[in-house]
Design a protein around this ligand. Sequence first.
Ligand SMILES: CC(C)(COP(=O)(O)OP(=O)(O)OC[C@H]1O[C@@H](n2cnc3c(N)ncnc32)[C@H](O)[C@@H]1OP(=O)(O)O)[C@@H](O)C(=O)NCCC(=O)NCCS
Length: 209
Amino acid sequence: MDRLTAFGLIAVSLMLIFYALEKRSSLFVLAFAAACVMGSVYGFLQGAWPFGLVEGVWSLVALRRWWGLRYRREPTTGDDRNVANFLEDLSTIAPRAGMGAYVFVKPEGSNHGFVQFIVESPRRLTIHRIWTHEPLQGSGSLMLGQLCDLADRHGVDLELKVIPIGRKPYPMTRDQLKNWYEQYGFEGTHKKMIRKPRNPVSAPVADVA
Ligand SMILES: CC(C)(COP(=O)(O)OP(=O)(O)OC[C@H]1O[C@@H](n2cnc3c(N)ncnc32)[C@H](O)[C@@H]1OP(=O)(O)O)[C@@H](O)C(=O)NCCC(=O)NCCS
């Protein structure tokens, strides 16, 4: 086998390997593009210019794909279904109540309150609204506590804006709300508070009492 043939063999082997590994990281897409360039060089040196041309085009296509993928966060665990799993788990303790809301039911049939989310990414949820019809009796703390436990378990960031909602007078002022959220690990300003997940807990989520 001459050197050129060996070079061609290495090029197509690398293409095959990097192509197979593409799903693991966008860097393998870049590596695939580089292997295509090698394949193209081989084609032209061999005198098989159509092969060289096609490989050259392939390398450009791969480069473009890599450019689109490069800022996409790689999943660190499983298949990055953190928010989906969070919501699935939540629906077992607080059933879906329509309009994207979840209701925390009491055993006797009434409820503690509701929460509504906006999904920001597979790892981040915004608490769009959280409210109870019986304020200052512990329902809010029960709901928020359970949401934080779930967020820890599933590695989900929680985000919110501190804006009292509903009829005036509000049960809690903006500042009281902000202090309350801080007790649960939220940080930031009234405009935007974020809670990063703590070490995941392994115990099952307690049923709503
Ligand atoms: C915000 C809301 C969900 C909180 O729920 P809640 O059931 O009223 O709150 P809780 O009774 O659990 O009390 C929450 C905290 O308020 C404080 N609090 C309770 N009673 C209080 C009182 N009488 N006076 C002042 N603060 C009081 C406590 O710090 C308590 O936290 P802790 O018991 O864990 O220390 C509820 O007040 C509500 O529905 N408000 C209207 C909607 C709204 O503004 N939502 C927030 C959008 S950002």
